[in-house]
Design a protein around this ligand. Structure first.
Ligand code: CAA
Length: 388
């Protein structure tokens, strides 16, 4: 008996309710806008309002999946993030409550910088292989926040991707071959007493590229497809030009030419959302699947990088009929629904992120999405829903 295909049955995205044009940031900081648009490959960044965080974005993305498929069969929720809102409780437990998921399920948060959604996806595939009728909800949700006026400031962003992992998936089957690379490096991290990440930018770029080549070599050593058998690529995109650097490094490593057409489409959403850490790679996948090119039967190579560092290269095959399940219009509406903020307003929102837990506070609902961070009561975070 052949094993069933396992992979991504549905995928939905969410982002924060405000948007900063990087042209405005360039004008305010005296930087040539070409540095942002060309040098970093970024046009905009999503900025969360006071009632938005990883829980509200994750719940909004997952809601779209539940609306299509219901909750039946979901026995596991993996919540991947590196901008956790509690040191103990999984952000997924709040999402579980907001969405009315079955009590007969396990919920857990995974952390390894931007990589952990890929660990969640692989673990989900393993669980579904053991029980092919079951479904796993994987949520990747992050807010990328750096110090104001730092080199990393234009690479902030926020977003979430939810994926339903099942047997006989409608979108993408995940192939078993995988390539791994772990190396201890202090390129990027966020200490427990800081709401912004600490980063050695140049070192992080080198660590990413080393991780990519290491994971690629391991992928090939473990039966992964040859470079000519991979039709399109998507990468973790801390800023979209990083995908160009990765693509070029792989070409050099293999001593071959690799056309940029093989990844360019994957950058379209990330250019407008900014870094969404764990979700970034999967925004790249969403952009590929939502594009005009018919990818039926094509192999998508996927590179996941989490600073510190853990890397994985793996691939999936786009399923026939996938276009009936993609969401280009919905995502276009989502991006258009964000409220544009100017630089002073963005800076005020950045400062408001420093909310502690020592004082009770009520946060009014403002964002256009159905779920809201409602404040702190008795040191516990509160959430509200416009709908369940
Ligand atoms: N027109 C066109 N291009 C321009 C330009 C202009 N006017 N001015 C500058 N550029 C180009 C530069 O030549 C440079 O290109 P190359 O990369 O090809 O050299 C590019 O714009 C960036 O310029 P700088 O190198 O001067 O940029 P910087 O020192 O200000 O910082 C950065 C860039 C290091 C990426 C910084 O934004 C940063 O620290 N970001 C956060 C860290 C990060 O994203 N690291 C990525 C790997 S780690 C990871 O992937 C995990 C994660 O999610 C964080």
């Amino acid at each position: 008996m052949t094993a069933p295909l396992i992979g991504i049955h549905d995928l939905a995205v969410a982002t924060a309710g405000h948007v900063l044009e990087l042209d405005d940031l360039a004008a305010a900081t005296g930087v040539d806008p070409g540095k942002f648009h060309i040098g970093l490959g970024q046009d905009q960044m999503s900025v969360p309002g006071p009632d938005e965080d990883i829980v509200t974005m994750g719940a909004t993305a997952a809601r779209r999946i539940i609306d299509r498929h219901g909750v039946e069969g979901i026995r596991t929720v993996f919540f991947a993030t590196e901008s956790g809102v509690d040191q103990s409780k999984s952000a997924g437990v709040w999402v579980h409550d907001l969405l009315g998921l079955p009590s007969t399920s396990r919920v857990i948060e995974l952390k390894q910088a931007c990589y952990s959604a890929t660990a969640a996806l692989q673990a989900a595939a393993g669980l579904v292989a053991r029980e092919p009728g079951s479904k796993v909800l994987v949520i990747a949700s992050d807010v990328a926040r750096y110090e104001l006026d730092s080199a990393a400031e234009p690479t902030q962003g926020a977003g979430a991707v939810a994926m339903l992992v099942t047997a006989d998936p409608a979108l993408l089957s995940i192939e078993p071959a995988t390539g791994l690379h772990t190396a201890h490096v202090d390129d990027f991290w966020r200490p427990n007493d800081s709401v912004t990440a600490v980063v050695d930018g140049k070192l992080s770029i080198d660590a990413y590229l080393d991780g990519f080549v290491g994971a690629w070599d391991d992928y090939r050593a473990h039966g992964g497809a040859d470079i000519d058998e991979i039709d399109v690529f998507t990468h973790h995109q801390p800023f979209t030009r990083m995908a160009a650097k990765a693509h070029r490094r792989l070409a050099e490593h293999l001593g071959t030419e690799l056309s940029e057409d093989r990844y360019l489409r994957s950058t379209l959403y990330n250019r407008r959302i900014g870094n969404s850490y764990t979700a970034s790679l999967y925004f790249g996948l969403a952009a590929l699947l939502d594009g005009d090119d018919d990818l039926t039967g094509k192999r998508v190579g996927m590179f996941s990088y989490g600073s510190g560092s853990v890397s994985e290269f793996f691939a999936g095959v786009v399923q026939s009929g996938y276009r009936e399940h993609t969401r280009a219009d919905e995502t276009a509406e989502l991006l258009a629904a964000r409220t544009r903020v100017d630089v002073p307003a963005y800076r005020a929102l950045h400062a408001a992120a420093h909310l502690g837990s020592r004082q009770d506070v009520t946060v009014p609902a403002q964002s256009p999405w159905p779920y809201h961070f409602a404040g702190v009561r008795g040191r516990a975070r509160q959430y509200s829903a416009d709908r369940t």
